[in-house]
Design a protein around this ligand. Structure first.
Ligand SMILES: *Cc1c(COP(=O)(O)O)cnc(C)c1O
Length: 535
């Protein structure tokens, strides 16, 4: 069905390729006086090896393919252009792309005066095959470009879909696998005459500066491309460096592994930011992330000296974030957290799921406007509400616990999660008062002193006569504060006297809240509240 003569441009068919004396001379020349080179120079006075013999050999071994299936370009960009110049007649032929996708296919088509048919990807960024099928019959459609893993969406296009397209289409199907080493299954080992694979040294191989793209195709397609390719398109430095890298497969693998690991970490960190609406699953070395207001976040990051790619024109309200070194990624996350802090206050969160409890907590140290508490234990809800109210905090607590068995897990796990959320909200604890104290309240005398100095400790001096107040066991009051001090990393010193257990407990919670309120207050100094310089 695929006939190379049917898709090759007329002038290309007639063309005689450029030939040099070195093509005619097979062997090692003793005297080279054929190419008007300067015999002196600076170590690069000879033309590069136009046959790319060593590079092809190294690549054939690396990807386990045959040498005649290989072609190299000055970046994938040059190969994209070569494909169009070989197979699409300007002003008449067409190529097809699946937006949102890589921009170079259309740029190269426009340069060559070749019409672009756009078939948008579905909502889950796949190709709708049945809708596509009739369009494959257009006899002026010569090349289909698809990208998998796709840029900027990051996902892979279904392999069976790609193979069905190659079977149904009589032109050339180009699959751009620029990101294949970061995820997905390569098609390079498929021997299909109208399938052409693009890869690059710019991403997983870390040689973007060298400009080196790779094409894998059937030998008949490669022969046509070789006819029109500039004879010395890959310079000596690039050849040398690329061979060097290909000979260190373990190192490439290691670097790719780190980036994949960092991608997962970045995903985890981003997912907890409220400004992040959605993170698209990625098989590439970047994440496409939808933000509440992508333009604003983009501009904010710029102001912090961090440049990401705004892809909102392709997928609404998205930024494409390349995975960098661990410290670069941390800088990005820290900047995004700070943005949120500037806008909405110091927010801390904890999501905790065990077989006994499912807990979601968010605490905002600077915004009291929002509080909702639901643990299933009414008296405990009432106590947590004291913390929010008297602590001047925003507090969301959502707990599903095994309270039909006992309230023990619910109370203790909530305390642990609340402490973790506080620890998160306090960040590096710079610029806080650190200490909080409280003195007598109501009929009971409750004293709670707190130190957010970073070390967990509890001193406890309170006893209760009743076993329960409401459904809450009074023994759990101590456990609550102990657990909180462990995860919030604070020192608590609590004393209470009085007769009525309900009042006593409530006054401890109130005093605790007041102490927190004082301790987390910002002093605007921005300095670490410790002579040691760290907490
Ligand atoms: C980065 C990228 C390339 C690489 O292009 P080069 O010219 O080889 O640097 C190719 N295709 C896609 C989809 C890319 O994102």
């Amino acid at each position: 069905m695929f006939d190379i003569n049917k898709i090759t441009r007329e002038n290309v068919k007639r063309l005689k390729p450029y030939s040099s004396a070195r093509d005619e001379f097979n062997g090692v020349a003793e005297v080279s006086l054929d190419a008007n080179e300067n015999p002196f120079g600076f170590g690069l006075n000879r033309y590069p090896d136009g046959t790319l013999g060593d590079l092809k050999e190294a690549m054939a071994k690396y990807r386990n393919v045959e040498i005649p299936r290989l072609i190299f370009g000055n970046g994938s960009d040059e190969l994209i252009d070569l494909l169009i110049r070989a197979f699409c007649e300007p002003g008449r032929d067409k190529l097809m792309i699946f937006p949102p996708t890589f921009g170079m296919y259309k740029v190269a088509a426009d340069v060559n005066d070749v019409e672009v048919i756009k078939e948008p990807l579905t909502d889950d960024f796949q190709i709708n095959l049945s809708k596509l099928q009739p369009k494959l019959l257009d006899e002026n459609l010569k090349i289909i470009f698809l990208c998998s893993p796709n840029n900027p969406t990051g996902n892979c296009i279904n392999k069976d879909t790609i193979l069905s397209i190659t079977a149904a289409f009589s032109g050339l199907v180009v699959v751009d696998e620029a990101y294949i080493d970061f995820g997905g299954e390569s098609l390079v080992s498929e021997n299909i005459s109208n399938l052409f694979i693009l890869q690059t040294f710019s991403k997983s191989m870390g040689l973007a500066g060298a400009r080196l793209g790779i094409g894998f195709g059937s030998s008949e397609v490669i022969s046509v491309l070789n006819k029109i390719k500039p004879p010395y398109n890959i310079n000596s430095l690039t050849q040398e460096k690329a061979i060097d890298v290909l000979n260190r497969p373990e190192l490439i693998k290691k670097q790719v592994e780190i980036l994949i690991e960092e991608r997962t970490k970045m995903e985890q960190a981003l997912k907890d930011l409220p400004s992040v609406r959605r993170i698209y699953p990625s098989h590439a070395n970047f994440l496409l992330v939808a933000f509440e207001d992508a333009q604003k976040t983009y501009a904010y990051l710029m102001s912090k000296g961090i440049v990401v790619r705004d892809r909102s024109s392709q997928v609404s309200d998205t930024l494409r974030i390349t995975i960098g070194t661990p410290s670069e990624n941390q800088r990005l996350i820290a900047a995004l957290k700070e943005e949120e802090y500037q806008e909405k206050g110091r927010i801390g969160r904890c999501v905790r799921t065990t077989s006994e409890t499912k807990i979601k907590i968010e605490v905002n140290l600077d915004d009291t406007s929002n509080t909702s508490i639901s643990t299933g234990v009414a008296f405990f809800d009432h106590m947590l509400d004291q913390i929010a109210r008297h602590g001047a905090l925003g507090l969301h607590v959502e707990v599903e616990g095994d309270i039909e068995i006992d309230t023990h897990h619910t109370i203790e796990d909530t305390a642990l999660a609340l402490g973790t959320a506080f620890n998160d909200a306090l960040k590096d604890r710079k610029g806080i008062e650190r200490y909080g104290f409280l003195l007598p309240m109501d009929d009971c005398l409750s004293q709670v002193a707190i130190d957010f100095g970073g070390r967990p400790w509890i001193e406890w001096d309170a006893t209760f006569k009743a076993t329960h107040v409401g459904e809450m066991p009074t023994e759990m009051v101590y456990h609550f504060f102990k657990s909180f001090s462990d995860t919030a990393r604070c020192n608590l010193n609590i004393k209470a006297t009085g007769d009525n257990d309900h009042h006593k407990i409530e006054s401890i919670f109130k005093a605790f809240a007041r102490a927190i309120r004082m301790a987390v207050r910002k002093d605007d100094s921005g300095v670490m509240p410790s002579t040691k310089g760290v907490l």
